[in-house]
Design a protein around this ligand. Structure first.
Ligand code: SAM
Ligand code: SF4
Length: 322
């Protein structure tokens, strides 16, 4: 079992396989970065897998592949198979924008992927174009449909933004509900890479909008998940992720690994340690030591909270994988 310096049990590893993306979402990567990490600096799947094995042996039981856009990385299915073959009962999930999903969904399911989170901020093509700065909606919806068709568990992630998609909160809820999928609204997290003047809706504002049409009651949280759940009268549940509240961090169970091999203890902060040397030498013990050191220094909480007004993270979401 992995325990961090604040006594929290850590069992969830998010692995970003690339920082590159085919979208330019306003809240994440509105402009192409000045330079991408050169391909030769990326860890190979074999190197990432060596670390993943160390993590699993030490107590990681949930892994999410993310990015940038993870489906841009060639042979992702082979990587997923490596992980799934090592520990079939792992909770193995992917977060994607779904633009490239349709042709590969079946393969991903076949190699052991269990669940998929898909970012969907709008059901209107012109708003999708505005947010992602590309005409994306048709392919995203096709990807969602195919993922469900092949039997992957699908959940939607949505970032409500003032003046952009805030009139679609209920439409998105009804879309997810009609398709028997979960939806989680994620409060916009301020970061220095996002477009200027972007303003997110907070958790209360999202609830107030949904309350104009539906009755719902709080339904707690799934253990260590950052989402607060709410239940409609008919039993359908939606979630809201509220990183601006401090209970978000109280039982944080996750760490993040970037495509370059930086192990990040907290989404907000810049601090990280490299596992690159250790895995490239095949040194399992050194990799385990980096993991333990990162956990010992995992911050207690982020700085998006109400007491930290105007704080913005210096970390790029496309690098950490959200
Ligand atoms: N490209 C994939 C996607 O969009 O689903 C995976 C990577 S993306 C960084 C992971 C998640 O982070 C997405 O659900 C996205 O909406 C969320 N995200 C990115 N930037 C964010 C921000 N500034 N605030 C809140 N959520 C953000
Ligand atoms: Fe790309 Fe995902 Fe970031 Fe949008 S949120 S720019 S799809 S990495």
């Amino acid at each position: 079992m992995l325990i961090d310096g604040h006594g929290r049990s850590v069992s969830y590893l998010r692995v970003s396989v690339t920082e590159r993306c085919n979208f330019r979402c306003q809240y994440c990567m509105p402009e192409k970065p000045f330079s991408w990490v050169p391909k030769e600096n990326l860890l190979s799947f074999e190197d990432l897998f060596l670390f993943i094995k160390v993590g699993i042996d030490e107590g990681i039981n949930k892994i999410r592949i993310t990015g940038g856009e993870p489906l841009l990385r060639a042979d992702l299915d082979k990587f997923i198979k490596m992980i799934s073959d090592y520990r079939a009962d792992l909770d193995l999930a992917l977060t994607t924008n779904a633009y490239l999903l349709k042709p590969i969904a079946q393969k991903l399911k076949d190699v052991g992927l269990k669940r998929i989170n898909i970012s969907l901020d709008t059901l209107k093509p012109e708003i999708a174009q505005k947010i992602a700065q590309k005409d994306v909606l048709k392919k995203v919806l096709e990807g969602i449909e195919e993922a469900q068709k092949v039997g992957l568990g699908v959940k939607l992630n949505s970032v409500p933004l003032k003046g952009i998609n805030d009139e679609e909160i209920i439409d998105l809820l009804e879309f997810a509900k009609s398709k028997n999928m979960g939806i989680r609204y994620i409060e916009y997290m301020e970061n220095k890479f996002a477009k200027d003047k972007l303003q997110g809706l907070n958790a209360q504002e999202v609830q107030d909008i949904i309350a104009t049409k539906y009755n719902f009651k709080p339904a707690g949280r799934v253990e260590s998940s950052p989402a607060h759940l709410f239940e409609l009268d008919d039993g359908y549940r939606f979630g809201i992720i509220d990183p601006h509240k401090h209970d978000f961090c109280e039982d944080c169970n996750r760490i993040r690994l970037t495509a370059e091999g930086m192990l990040i203890p907290c989404l907000y902060f810049d601090e990280a340690m490299s596992i690159k040397d250790a895995v490239q030498k095949g040194d399992v013990k050194a990799a385990a030591n980096v993991l333990k050191e990162v956990l010992a220094n995992k911050p207690e909480k982020n700085k998006w909270g109400a007491d930290d007004e105007n704080e913005i993270s210096q970390r790029a979401f496309y690098e950490t994988g959200g």
